[in-house]
Design a protein around this ligand. Sequence first.
Ligand code: 4NP
Length: 144
Amino acid sequence: MNKVVFVCLGNICRSPMAEFVMKALDQDGSLHIESRATSSWEHGNPVHQGTQKILRQYAVSFDSSKSSQQISRSDFEFFDLILGMDESNVEDLLQISAGRYDDKIKLFRPGGVPDPWYTGEFEETYKLVTAGCRDWLQWIKDRQ
Ligand code: 4NP
């Protein structure tokens, strides 16, 4: 249970934020952490400026060359834990999985993380993402 992928709609706001926050929390580097999109809408585009700004503000290092990538069939096979950032991401993941990988797919937090693409609330997103990542890190460690 050490390969984790965070998934949102565009892979430019919430899931890359979770990816880099989780990498910062995973201090011993025991996890393989990435992020993906359910859609191809932002394919190849960089991390949203709002997410970049908040990561800089909280001194969370990130890969500035990270670009949006849609989740693939091989990702479903490779990752142990596939975390949808909101309920609609989980619904889309379950639809793509079509019963094959359902056990790996989970909601990031109860109620999900509202999309800052629409809300503009990157600070609130960061708080929810950080709390959720802490909980998942503990959940994973408890199972190792
Ligand atoms: P994300 O936010 O899923 O947190 O990356 C979005 C990014 C782009 C779009 C929607 C949500 N979009 O409509 O392109």
